[in-house]
Design a protein around this ligand. Sequence first.
Ligand SMILES: Nc1ncnc2c1ncn2[C@@H]1O[C@H](COP(=O)(O)OP(=O)(O)O)[C@@H](O)[C@H]1O
Ligand SMILES: [Mg+2]
Length: 400
Amino acid sequence: MSIHPLPPPKEPTGLGRLPVARWFLLIGVVAGVTFAAGVVVVMAMIGQAAALAPTSEEAAQISRLTQALVVLFALLMACGAGLAVIVRYAVLKPVEQLAGQVRAVAAGDFDRELHVDRPAELAELSSHIDSMRARILSAWRTATDQAEELRRSNGELEQFAYVASHDLQEPLRKVASFTQMLEQRYGSELDGRARQYIHYAVDGAKRMQLLINDLLDFSRVGRITGERAVTDSGAALDRALENLSATIEDTGATVTRDELPRVDGNALQLTQLFQNLVENALKFRSEEPPRVHVGARREGGMWEFSCSDNGIGVEPKYADRIFLIFQRLHPRDVYPGTGIGLALCRKIVEYHGGQLWLDGQPAGNTARTTGRTTGRTTGRTTGGHGATFRWTLPAAGDAR
Ligand SMILES: Nc1ncnc2c1ncn2[C@@H]1O[C@H](COP(=O)(O)OP(=O)(O)O)[C@@H](O)[C@H]1O
Ligand SMILES: [Mg+2]
């Protein structure tokens, strides 16, 4: 099996750049030259001593000294040669062998076993490295298998949600329209209670239609309308506001905005995102006429957007819960809705590689804290003081 090769190794600096074999060679050459010079000097001195016309006893002593030195030099040479052989076959070769194996693993061949059988230290080192390789490989394989399994089951679930909601639409439409026809046609013959029952049935069917449409939108993210391109987020907000124009007029809301940037995104999904957030800001309004502000500021390679309102706000303890699908904090007769909006928004933002959170809350990421709020919105995040949602999207085409 082969996976991504590792990055190239760090280059050593200073004297460490010279491979150990070169060091041995250098030291060997210096020792050899010194040895040869020593032999020449000693022989020259013996020659000079012999030239001084020594007595026969001195001559015999010089000859014994010469023999002893020859034996000593021969022994030294044998030791030098032995050391060179040992260094070559017991150190340099195994190190080279191990380095070659490690290089192959680092180049991506993670199934390659590491093994050298001598010397003892290198054999131990190679066995430890090999057990680490085997352990990391097995953990990596398990993680890959699990990720694959998760992807598959997620895909199946999304497919199921899509097919179920798609196929449910038709029978539901029938139920709703025939119940309405029943009321229109036989309404005069029915008593008040029967008409009320029909009204409940129609209302239930309509609610279910809304739910199914929202579920369809939710399961579509990343599957059907997924293409991403350089998108003007301001235009996406325009479209969202246009879709909400009736509600904006009814509620007397004021929607203001910063200059909005271009991002790498899907226009349709960005419209859905703005629409859901602004719709919530209008729906969960307080006594005052709603004021909504959509802002953006650059954060590295991402744009951080915000949508703040002066509505009823969200209690900090529910900051995570509201992003779960079907989770709502209020009874349906007070604030209608399906509880899918924020889950859809989070899915859209995450599909774009960003994050969405309620300001002032960690939202699963400890880096997101109140400290990051801007002067514009600080202190307007908790119950009764409005809510600010923030999200990030990848920048594109650098508008500013
Ligand atoms: N701007 C907001 N102000 C106050 N509460 C909000 C706001 N946006 C969302 N919420 C809370 O989060 C819950 C989930 O929102 P959402 O998923 O859009 O569902 P829905 O709008 O259908 O109720 C809402 O029921 C509401 O309690
Ligand atoms: Mg909503």
